[in-house]
Design a protein around this ligand. Sequence first.
Ligand code: GRF
Length: 225
Amino acid sequence: MNAATSPLPVVILISGRGSNLQSIIDAVASDELPVEIRAVISNRPEAAGLEQATQAGIPTAVIDHSQYSDRAAFDQALLACIERFQPGLVVLAGFMRILTAGFVHHYQGRMLNIHPSLLPAFPGMDTHRRALEAGCKQHGASIHFVTEAVDGGPVVLQAQVAVQQQDTAATLAARVLEQEHCMYPLAIRWFAEQRLRLDSTGQAVLDGKILTEPVLLTSQSGTTC
Ligand code: GRF
């Protein structure tokens, strides 16, 4: 395999269940995603996603945040662990830690996150409950480059989910998660194929055009998984 066709080395960070991780593993296994998952790293030893990675033959590591005196010490250890795998992209897939500025700068333009809301609406936790309480008609998920602003980096891709009258946070979360599993492999593929990047002014660029607004995942727009 020559350099042009080499799969992109990727490290995936998780904290828990790992369903987005599984969707990425599945996309790689079915040759839809030209990446090599070099490692899955969790900040929680009990994260279920670690077992899924092991099942798929992917190396795993745990950097347990509770063993570090502060955020900076944890991020330093995490960075050292990631660097052993030399990734071209770091994928946050349900990684529930706020990262320090130094860490974020190190991976500037090389780190993506998925967030379960239509950003900039509802950064942070409990997004589904908050969307219901706010009476939103549309909810969804976003993929963005990671910057220092928590859940605030340039959004690349969004999927919308219509809120139904009988929805609970759990039913809404389940429909949003379905979209997440479809959209994350797609955005990672764009990055791996060098169609997606962050430019020097901090704006997301897809196919040579600055994304003034995120791409919407719809069959009408031709953007489907
Ligand atoms: C997802 O909803 C993701 O958007 C958010 O955390 C959740 C992780 O779920 N950041 P999983 O661990 O991928 O199943």
